[in-house]
Design a binder for this molecule. Sequence first.
Ligand code: HEM
Length: 119
Amino acid sequence: MTSFAPKGPHVWARIFGSRSFPKPFSSQARCRYIAVCKMSVSAEEVAKHNKDSDCWVIVGDQVLDVTAFLSEHPGGKKSIMMFAGKDATEEFDMLHDRKVIKKYGLDEGTVVLKGTIKK
Ligand code: HEM
């Protein structure tokens, strides 16, 4: 099998800006993660995901699938649903540190990075 995955923690650190890329990930899973990260998503696409059964929001330049996080959100489901399919950056930044996205969402698997918003 041909592997196009770059090897070594220093490479992952460069890509993810941290040395803490989860170890148990297979190189195949890493590739999939990178492919998803690089995807550019249009605002029109994000707008389609505006239901509590399929909810995406934009924070900064990131498009996030927060569907599985809605029921866990300390600020309640409704506060996120007001921005379902939309850009929530301004309101998000008024209430949180951006670090909470990784800590309580991405690392737990309840928030999924779908890609970067197309400008
Ligand atoms: C994208 C994933 C999100 C994560 C991981 C997240 C996480 C959290 C966390 C951990 C808290 C507790 C306070 C804190 O530690 O800062 C919180 C509170 C809150 N969040 Fe979020 N949040 C997210 C998205 C949003 C969005 C899009 C909105 C809508 C503007 C929102 C609105 C609120 C509100 C209103 C509170 C309650 C603040 C308070 O009672 O003082 N959150 N959120």
